[in-house]
Structure formats: structure tokens, C-alpha cells
Design a protein around this ligand. Structure first.
Ligand code: CP
Length: 332
């Protein structure tokens, strides 16, 4: 059957799917993806991004498909944008939160997943506080599993939307200098971004309190990762400054004396940002703690692309849902 997928440039989309295939059923992390697969997802997202600017923001590409959003942790941006992405592609989207599910009555995670799978969804998008949960679900589920954040492990669609934001503003990622500043230890955003950016040829510098920069990143040095002691060393000359939230919900110890001291030594102020290139852009995955890791004067400045990240999040999640579920065949 042939029908209009609703994609602005179906020839280009078809070519991208054929030449840079993402042939996996699941998106569990960035670590296992090739640069070609990442480019394939970003190109597909670019094709989808125009749909969100239309008066009628809906195309039939995933008509008849069902997407379940299974969130065991709080979310504003990721859950909403996965739901919008599914709906803009005409999929049926169902949202489940822990408080309203039978998990609150003691049902195990795997039982919950298998019961949902029995209803024949095409894709389950899952967020959980434990690393590896999406990988566990992928073993028992017939539906495609998409990781929407697993503990401190990975947040692949966040790194993809960050990459789309960088690509839209800098045209390429290869050769860029990117500073990632903050709570690296507990950040799944940092992990996914370090994998993605180094695979795409960027030089990545991470900085934060010594207690919040994990040892397991130091082996990535040969891939273009540099660990800086001082935040100023990471930011100096950077094309992109990515600021991370202090993840107090994942901290089981005192990693720094106080939020006030953290802000003084690591917070992104205009003075610190002046060390970066004149045309440097500022990213933050949200939710942000104004006045702690980022000053409002920076967050609200023209160099901040924080709301662009949110905008591109919808396009990236449309691409991921489309590719993971097989989508409507663009060729018919
Ligand atoms: N960036 C991010 O994952 O935001 P949410 O927690 O609001 O989904």
C-alpha cells in the first residue's frame, strides 16, 4: 500500500533510511550506535521538524501504531514530547505513570511490562531510576523499547536533540569544542552526550567538583575527552557550553559543601561564558536550577538555546518512534 507519509521531503527521507539505516528495533543508548546511525536519526528528525510548524501538526506516518509511555520517574519535557511526537505522526499514545498503575500495588516491573506487551503496542518508551531497565524490558517485549532515561546510565534522545540543536546552529559537530560542566557522575545526559559527541568528532571537556567526575570516563581520553579540574579550563575557547543540573535525587552523600559554594565555583555566569568563543552557544537539558548551575542572565540570553533544545526534542522523538516502529513505508 502506498500513502503519503506526510514527510516534507520523502525522497530525502527514503534515501536517509536506506543510506544511513537505523535497523535496530530498540533505542537503548548511544554507546552502541555508529556515527552513521546517529546521522540517520538526525537527518530523519530534520525531515520531520517542519511538521511542527504547520497549522495542522499531524501526518499519517504512524497511523495504526500504538506507543505506550511508561514513566517511573518525573518528567516534563521527555514525556510530553514523546506524546506529542506520537500524536503528530498519528499513532495512538497512552501514558502510564507509576502512581496510577498497578506497580503501586506491588506488581513487578517485568510483570507490568509483559502485561502491557500483551496489549500489542508497537513501542514502549520507558524511564526508570535504575540503570538497565530498558535493556531488561527489551529482552521480554515484542514491542520496540525506547530508553527515555535509565538511572545515571543513558538518556539517548536527550543527546540526539542536543546534537540536532548544535547541528542546526553550528552546521556540523565534527571539530567543535564542547564543555560539559556540572554533576557528571549522576548525569545520564552527560554519558549519552559524551558518547555521541566523541563519535561525531567533537572534542569534549568535562568539569565539575572532583567528587562528581567519575573515573570511568577517563578511559575515553583517546576518543577526544578531556577531564578538567577547573571549570574555566573547560569553558575557555568552547563552541558549546553544556550545563548540567545538580541531581540531588541521585546523591547519597555530600559531594560539595553547599549549593552556594557550588554556584560560586561552578555556576555559569556571564563572566565565565566570556571565556568561550564569541559565538558559543549554551545548552541545558532542563529542569534548570536558576542561580545554582546557571545564572538567569545566561539562561535568558540570546546565546542560550535551551528552548530550541525542547523544540528539537519533538522532531527527534518523532524520528526515533518512526524508525523504531518501522514506520509507514515511505515507498509504500
Ligand atoms: N531533559 C529532561 O529529561 O527533562 P524532563 O526530566 O523534564 O523529561
Amino acid at each position: 500500500m502506498t500513502f503519503d507519509s506526510g514527510i516534507r521531503n520523502p525522497q530525502s527521507a527514503t534515501r536517509n533510511l536506506l543510506e544511513k539505516p537505523f535497523r535496530r528495533r530498540d533505542l537503548l543508548g548511544i554507546r552502541d550506535l555508529t556515527a552513521a546511525e546517529i546521522i540517520g536519526i538526525l537527518d530523519t528528525a530534520e525531515n520531520f521538524s517542519e511538521i511542527s510548524t504547520r497549522e495542522v501538526k499531524k501526518v499519517p506516518a504512524l497511523r495504526g501504531k500504538t506507543v505506550i509511555n511508561l514513566f517511573f520517574e518525573a518528567s516534563t519535557r521527555t514525556r510530553t514530547s514523546f506524546e506529542l511526537a506520537a500524536k503528530r505522526l498519528s499513532a495512538d499514545a497512552v501514558n502510564i505513570s507509576v502512581s496510577s498503575s498497578s506497580v503501586s500495588k506491588g506488581e513487578t516491573l517485568l510483570d507490568t511490562a509483559m502485561n502491557l506487551d500483551a496489549m500489542a503496542p508497537d513501542c514502549i518508551v520507558v524511564r526508570h531510576s535504575s540503570a538497565g531497565v530498558p535493556h531488561q524490558l527489551a529482552k521480554v517485549s515484542k514491542a520496540a523499547i525506547v530508553n527515555a532515561g535509565d538511572g545515571a546510565n543513558e538518556h539517548p534522545t536527550q543527546a540526539l536533540l542536543d546534537a540536532m540543536t548544535i547541528r542546526e546552529h553550528k552546521k556540523q559537530i565534527d571539530g567543535l569544542e564542547v564543555a560539559i560542566v556540572g554533576d557528571i557522575l549522576h548525569s545520564r545526559v552527560a554519558r549519552s552526550n559524551i558518547h555521541l559527541l566523541t563519535k561525531m568528532g567533537a572534542k569534549v571537556r568535562v568539569a565539575g567538583p572532583g567528587t562528581l567526575v567519575p573515573e570511568d570516563f577517563r578511559h575515553l581520553v583517546e576518543n577526544g575527552l578531556e577531564v578538567c579540574t577547573h571549570v574555566e579550563d573547560a569553558i575557555e575557547g568552547a563552541d558549546v557550553v553544556m550545563i548540567l543540573r545538580i541531581q540531588r535525587e541521585r546523591q547519597d552523600a555530600a559531594y560539595f559543601p553547599s549549593l552556594r559554594e557550588y554556584s560560586i565555583h561552578y555556576g555559569l555566569t556571564n563572566e565565565r561564558l566570556d571565556l568561550a568563543r564569541k559565538d558559543a552557544i549554551v545548552l541545558h537539558p532542563g529542569p534548570m536550577n536558576r542561580g545554582i548551575e546557571i545564572a538567569s542572565e545566561v539562561a535568558d540570553s540570546s546565546r542560550s538555546l535551551i528552548l530550541d533544545q525542547v523544540k528539537y526534542g519533538v522532531a527527534v522523538r518523532m524520528a526515533v518512534l518512526y524508525l523504531a516502529t518501522g514506520g509507514a513505508t515511505v515507498n509504500g
